[in-house]
Design a protein around this ligand. Structure first.
Ligand SMILES: *Cc1c(COP(=O)(O)O)cnc(C)c1O
Length: 421
């Protein structure tokens, strides 16, 4: 990572040798005063693939042409529409095809999976999560705990960084799990914390959870399409994600779940049932008695929300043309370049709270301002930089390897350099 240079020529040279550079062409880049914005917000909402509009029109045309017969006669039949995503999703999270399915949206999926995998019983009723998790995850876990008659203050163990630190230490996470021992039913963490950008060690957390007899689940919102995962091999029990951040599937786009095959193929594992989770061969017999399909697909309830999945198709078509290894290699280098450039600045008062080790973070850096953070953010916005503001004082920036360039990163630095706040 050494020999970075803080010059435009250097950044453009990096773009020239970037094997992923042409992917930028596949996306609409928002404009500011007739020029491409410096879009560093793909961790919040990914950009729109240019192919998305075409696929929407195609689906509308099939509906117009076929009516109900489109379930089988559409070019991508709606009856099995959800199935086309599994191979791509399986590659992205490191799973078998039957372990993943695209369905619903993130918080809904988190609740459904907790209903299956957070099963408090007797003295084993606690759930471990990171302090300062995304609010939706906090609300979900709090209400799940209440549903079983427990007090969240007692039943939820929140892991906080040490005094004066911003991120959790891996050894502290493992120690907390071990110490809580048999009181724990489930360990449920983000994979990448939305605020700090810290990427946790999913494999060792899963192992630690299993050692104490607990279930391990992860919210992949900020890891999906950002960091290569091996959920199957790591023996993660369950995971869920949204597809509108690094996966570029559009606002509120369909989410997805992973259920390890050891649970997915076990009909004894409780899941809330609907007809789309029923075994396909008996689904239309319209009989009593739910027979779960194989794998994660059995967690589906309703038939595929096709128009909420079209953007997902456009996006995954692009992921299918590359792979997480190449994306991650570029991402690590680009984020390190961003970090290098930020370290050249000394007129602004901020600390990068994201871990400095590339293995402990994804594409995002979080800048904690000690002073004038909001002013800096507003000035950036006025100059065509789209980043993300989080209360109380953090600007998050995420160079995304699919469509950001080293030049974007350099231009962001240039704007910051001349910022008078
Ligand atoms: C983005 C995000 C959400 C959003 O949840 P939705 O149900 O998709 O609205 C939830 N949790 C985390 C950790 C997130 O990053």
């Amino acid at each position: 990572m050494a020999n970075f240079e803080p010059t435009l020529e250097y950044a453009q040279g990096q773009d020239d040798i970037d094997i992923l550079f042409s992917f930028r062409e596949r996306f609409h880049i928002p404009q500011h005063e007739g020029q491409d914005c410096i879009y560093l917000c793909g961790n919040s909402l990914g950009l729109q693939p240019k192919s998305t509009a075409y696929l929407f029109e195609k689906e509308l045309a099939d509906w117009a042409k076929w009516g109900v017969e489109g379930h089988f006669n559409a070019e991508r039949p709606w009856f099995s529409y959800h199935q086309q995503f599994s191979p791509s999703l399986a590659r992205i999270v490191g799973a078998q095809k039957e372990e993943v399915v695209a369905m619903n949206t993130l918080t809904v999926n988190l609740h459904l999976l907790l209903l299956s995998f957070y099963k408090p019983s007797g003295s084993r009723y606690k759930i471990i999560m990171e302090a300062g998790a995304f609010p939706s995850d906090q609300y979900a876990i709090e209400t799940q705990v209440r549903m079983y008659g427990h007090n969240p203050d007692d039943a939820i163990i929140e892991l906080s960084p040490r005094e004066g630190e911003h991120c959790l230490r891996d050894e502290d996470i493992l120690q907390a799990i071990e110490e809580a021992g048999e009181s724990v039913a489930c360990v449920m963490m983000g994979a990448v914390n939305y605020y700090t950008g810290q990427y946790y060690d999913l494999k060792s957390i899963t192992e630690a959870a299993h050692r104490i007899g607990a279930i391990a689940g992860f919210d992949l919102a900020h890891a999906m399409g950002n960091i290569p995962l091996q959920l199957h091999d790591w023996k993660v029990d369950f995971a869920c994600w949204c597809s509108y951040k690094y996966l570029n599937s559009g606002p509120g786009g369909v989410g997805g779940i992973f259920v390890h095959e050891k649970h997915g193929n076990n009909p004894e594992v409780f899941r809330l049932a609907g007809w789309w989770g029923n075994d396909e061969s008996t689904r239309f017999k319209m009989k009593k008695g739910f027979i779960p399909a194989k794998g994660a697909a059995s967690w589906q309830m309703s038939n595929a929300p096709v128009f909420n999945m079209v953007g997902h198709r456009a996006s995954l078509d692009i992921f299918d043309k590359t792979n997480m290894r190449d994306l991650r290699a570029k991402s690590k280098r680009m984020t390190a370049y961003l970090e290098f450039l930020l370290q050249q600045l000394n007129h602004l008062s901020f600390t990068i709270i994201t871990p400095s080790e590339p293995e402990r973070r994804g594409a995002q850096l979080s800048l904690l301002f000690h002073d004038k953070g909001r002013e800096a953010f507003d000035a950036l916005t006025n100059q065509g930089v789209i980043a993300d503001w989080r209360e109380p004082n953090v600007i998050r920036v995420a160079p995304v390897p699919l469509y950001n360039s080293f030049e974007d990163v350099y231009r962001f630095y240039e704007v910051l350099k001349t910022l008078a706040v």
